[in-house]
Design a protein around this ligand. Structure first.
Ligand code: PLP
Length: 385
């Protein structure tokens, strides 16, 4: 069968992006914190039911703000999984932290909450759970440990917009949270973008200062002070109104986008269930009491070899299947700036088996059927009958 190349991800487009960007241009206000940014902030504070949010140029930027806010000093230790994107670690390494990697759970690919406590030392300052594939980490346990050892919890919820943990939106459970609106995520602000979530009130004022190049400009705008000046360290963590305009139409369609992604996800799941029962593949686990956002559909094959063959077969059939995240502890920088605590039982083994299938908002029904057919045909030939 002939088909067009099916990509593994495509940026979400709702149709109103151009109109809103044009409105932003006509308004004559393009730098940070203009009308579209305010609308986005309002939407998030309502839907996430949280204290304070700030749009940022990326999730990376939001994580960097978190590291500055909790005052990471050289030598401090930060606990996180090794199976994550480089930014999760980089943000803290930039402030001089040493990263302590903890093994993951094979079912959700998230940090194993039961291994965190043994990684804590007198230098530990924070725990950074990453909600992989938009599926929550076991936050009750993590928050309980953090409370007991007086540590900060910063949620890397880059993939987790619209997902919940026991009814609570991801990103709103720890002291601070970070979302990504990169074009590969469920919602995008035109390619790059992010959101910083401040749940702990003590950080609100300082977070605004850090984001405004270390000045109290936001207080000046609100009329609290009559001139603005340099008051602390900071950087430029404001996205432009063009980015906010792009994002706003996606937020207006947030439910619709989420529903469509979940439909695609559920279709993969039900069509591949039989093959998972036959032991040819493993499917993702969504623990009870969690809702997810269909950010990613992955399957796990027997090993790295089986995965390479699968990806090649898919490529020959014009379907891009992808894997990602070489575990950070096995990278050049990861071994310099971090260490793996205890044994790597699952991180390397499970990450080498995992492959992601195409899933994006604008994916057509016929394309998703075609991908499923190609996957099923291939996997059927692997069944021992
Ligand atoms: C995408 C992603 C990031 C980085 O997001 P940017 O907005 O590109 O900076 C960080 N952490 C995780 C887990 C991600 O998936």
């Amino acid at each position: 069968m002939k088909n067009q190349q099916i990509p593994f991800s495509k940026p979400t487009v709702t149709g109103k992006e151009q109109q809103y960007i044009e409105e932003a241009i006509k308004s004559g206000y393009l730098s940070g914190d203009g009308p579209f940014t305010k609308k986005c902030h309002q939407w998030f504070e309502e839907h996430l039911r949280c204290e304070k949010v700030l749009l940022t140029p990326s999730c990376t930027a939001a994580l960097e703000m978190a590291a500055i806010l909790i005052d990471i000093q050289p030598g401090d230790e930060v606990i996180m999984p090794s199976y994550t994107f480089v930014s999760t670690a980089n943000a803290f390494v930039l402030r001089g932290a040493k990263i302590v990697f903890v093994d993951i759970r094979p079912d959700t690919m998230n940090i194993d909450e039961n291994l965190i406590e043994e990684a804590i030392t007198s230098k530990t300052k924070a725990i950074v759970p990453v909600h992989y594939a938009g599926v929550a980490c076991e936050m009750d346990t993590i928050m309980e440990i953090a409370l007991r050892y007086e540590l900060y919890v910063i949620e890397d919820a880059a993939q987790g917009m619209m997902s919940t943990y026991k009814g609570r939106p991801l990103g709103t459970i720890g002291h601070l949270g970070a979302f990504s609106f990169h074009e590969t995520k469920n919602y995008t602000s035109g390619g790059e973008g992010g959101l910083f979530i401040i749940n702990d009130k003590q950080f609100i004022k300082k977070s605004e200062i850090i984001r405004e190049k270390g000045t109290n400009r936001s207080q000046f705008i609100e009329g609290i002070v009559d001139k603005y000046t340099w008051v602390d360290i900071g950087s430029s963590y404001l996205p432009s109104e063009i980015q906010a305009a792009y994002l706003y139409t996606q937020l207006e369609n947030a439910e619709k986008i989420n529903k469509k992604r979940l439909e695609l996800w559920n279709k993969y799941y039900s069509e591949l269930l039989e093959l998972s029962k036959l032991g040819v593949i493993e499917l993702p686990t969504i623990p009870a009491e969690y809702t997810h956002n269909g950010h990613m559909f992955y399957i796990k094959l027997e090993d790295v070899d089986a995965r390479s063959k699968f990806i090649k077969y898919m490529r020959n059939n014009k379907v891009s299947a992808a894997f990602h995240y070489i575990p950070l502890h096995s990278s050049i920088a990861g071994s310099e700036f971090g260490m793996f605590n205890n044994d790597d039982v699952f991180t390397s083994k499970e990450s080498q088996r995992l492959v992601r299938l195409p899933l994006y908002y604008n994916m057509s029904n016929s394309d998703s059927c075609l991908v499923i057919q190609i996957v099923v045909d291939y996997l059927n030939s692997k069944v021992n009958r």
